[in-house]
Design a protein around this ligand. Structure first.
Ligand SMILES: Cc1ncc(COP(=O)(O)O)c(C=O)c1O
Ligand SMILES: N[C@@H](CCOP(=O)(O)O)C(=O)O
Length: 470
């Protein structure tokens, strides 16, 4: 499989190349040159496969020739054999129409582990093969950071710098990052929002002073390998609910548009998805873009769903590129204008291409708390607030989903990551699973930085070991 940039002028790369490159050199995001497609009978044959075997089957077309099928299968067994639930991503029924897909059984209790545990192994494999080292720079609103750190801590060929918005992640989220005291891990708390952190990261990939000395890598969902691994759980859940002989709808708590874009990829690969519900909190740029074509970013408001306090959603560019006819140079012009003005109107082709599969809704804090209460009182489930946004939106659009089509809400984090918000909503304080250990008894280490780009860049340059020479 070859991968092309959404902005049309970076070189096409194979899977190994895109995994190590992260962001394309023209500032765009890599996508497969074409979508691999499974027939209905091939999908039917996947029923009953164990998660690691299914994962290898789904991802195989994306990774050849960089990995053999045997190498991929071995990686999947190593990674997914270690999750806290035998099904890896179990489904839980809430009522006749609604289901939860629990994605938080990995080591850091959020859906990010499903992809980042694999990505850590891919880095190791490819860097060993090339005899290279990688400096990872990543931005987090709380969950990517800990999952990435957990995946690469202690790896010899990797060093990681994670930027989080100071004071805007939960205590559990912060401690999951800052108590990993491995010498290859650097935590930076920046004075700003997640969007500021993400902008710094993207800018570093196109800063000659940085790329002259550092071989940069990405762990955010700008890295294609992240999304590829997230496609698998759409197949796993839909197969359990009767696919390909029955369609399924998904409600996806959305911030950076990575998880829901993985659902779009699953549909492109032949999985019969009825609808993808883009569920946002009050930072609702995506809801506005999908419902009215207006993609304009304002300031970010802090909410009880901090991981989704995002206004500039990286992966929306992948959708606009694909749905809009894959014109890279037009996409580059559209994105450059957006970067300058923070506003964009979708073209007719983009809006129509998106509306075929996507719908959207938003949940404010009261609606989110009510969703937590409904899940607890009516279905006996303690859910996290991000999942609550998804569930509220699933219920809000349920009447427009054909009868008999199950609606699966992605449960993106364990409730114990956000104990204060959960306790306020339902009066029950969820406790951390034993596998997280003594999080609040450990020493923390992180550096506070001013919010400007130069401060972050200079800190990374002066603390990273030079990697560009290999
Ligand atoms: C718990 C949780 N839910 C939902 C999201 C949103 O996912 P995405 O950024 O892929 O849209 C995030 C952050 O990415 C998250 O950490
Ligand atoms: N919510 C995310 C934000 C970064 O998203 P990513 O999927 O692009 O890594 C987080 O938890 O950091």
């Amino acid at each position: 499989m070859q991968y092309v940039s959404t902005r049309g002028s970076a070189p096409a790369l194979d899977f190994e190349g895109v995994t190590l490159a992260g962001l394309a050199s023209d500032g765009g995001l890599y996508v497969p040159a074409e979508w691999p497609r499974f027939s209905q009978s091939e999908i039917r044959d996947m029923r009953g496969l164990a998660y690691p075997d299914l994962a290898a089957r789904i991802m195989a077309p994306f990774v050849t020739p960089s990995l053999t099928e045997d190498e991929l299968l071995a990686l999947c067994h190593t990674v997914y054999g270690d999750f806290g639930h035998a099904a890896v991503t179990p489904l839980v029924q809430l009522d006749q129409q609604h289901w939860l897909l629990e994605l938080f059984h990995g080591p850091t209790l959020a859906f990010k582990d499903v992809a980042l545990q694999l990505l850590g192994r891919l880095f190791e494999t490819f860097l060993e093969r090339r005899g290279e080292r990688l400096t990872i720079v990543g931005a987090t609103s709380g969950d990517t950071g800990s999952a990435a750190i957990q995946a690469v801590a202690g790896l010899e060929r990797v060093e990681i710098f994670i930027l989080h918005p100071s004071g805007r992640v939960s205590d559990v989220q912060r401690r999951q990052m800052t108590t990993v005291l491995s010498p290859n891990v650097h935590n930076l708390a920046i004075d700003g929002s997640f969007d500021d952190a993400q902008a710094h990261v993207k800018r570093m990939f196109n800063d000659g002073d940085v790329t002259a000395t550092l071989n940069l890598g990405a762990v955010n969902s700008i890295n294609w390998a992240r999304l590829m691994a997230q496609v698998v759980y759409y197949f796993a859940s839909a197969l359990q609910l009767g696919a390909p002989d029955r369609t399924v709808a998904y409600s996806v708590p959305t911030g950076n548009f990575g998880d829901v874009f993985a659902g779009y990829v699953a549909a492109k690969m032949g999985l019969p998805i009825e609808k993808l519900i883009v569920a946002t909190n009050i930072n609702d740029i995506l809801h506005r873009a999908l419902s009215s074509g207006d993609y304009s970013a304002g300031g970010v408001t802090a909410t009880i769903t901090p991981s989704m306090d995002i206004q500039v959603s990286s992966n929306f560019e992948r959708l606009l590129f694909d749905a809009g006819g894959r014109d890279g140079l037009a996409m580059a012009a559209q994105m450059h204008a957006f970067e300058a003005t923070k506003a964009m109107t979708l073209t007719n082709a983009q809006a129509q291409g998106a509306s075929a599969l996507f719908t959207s809704a938003r949940a404010d804090q009261v609606e989110t708390a009510r969703a937590l209460q409904w899940a607890y009182r009516s279905a006996g489930q303690v859910i996290d607030p991000h999942t609550g946004v998804g569930l509220h939106c699933a219920q809000a659009v349920a009447a427009s989903v054909p009868a008999g089509v199950p609606i699966v809400t992605l449960a993106t984090a364990h409730p114990a990551k956000f104990p204060d918000a959960v306790e306020r909503a339902i009066g029950v304080r969820p406790s951390l699973p034993a596998r997280v250990g003594d999080l609040f008894g450990r020493e923390e280490s992180f550096i506070e930085l001013a919010g400007d780009y130069a401060t972050t860049r200079d800190h990374v340059l002066s603390h990273a070991a030079s990697t560009s020479a290999g």
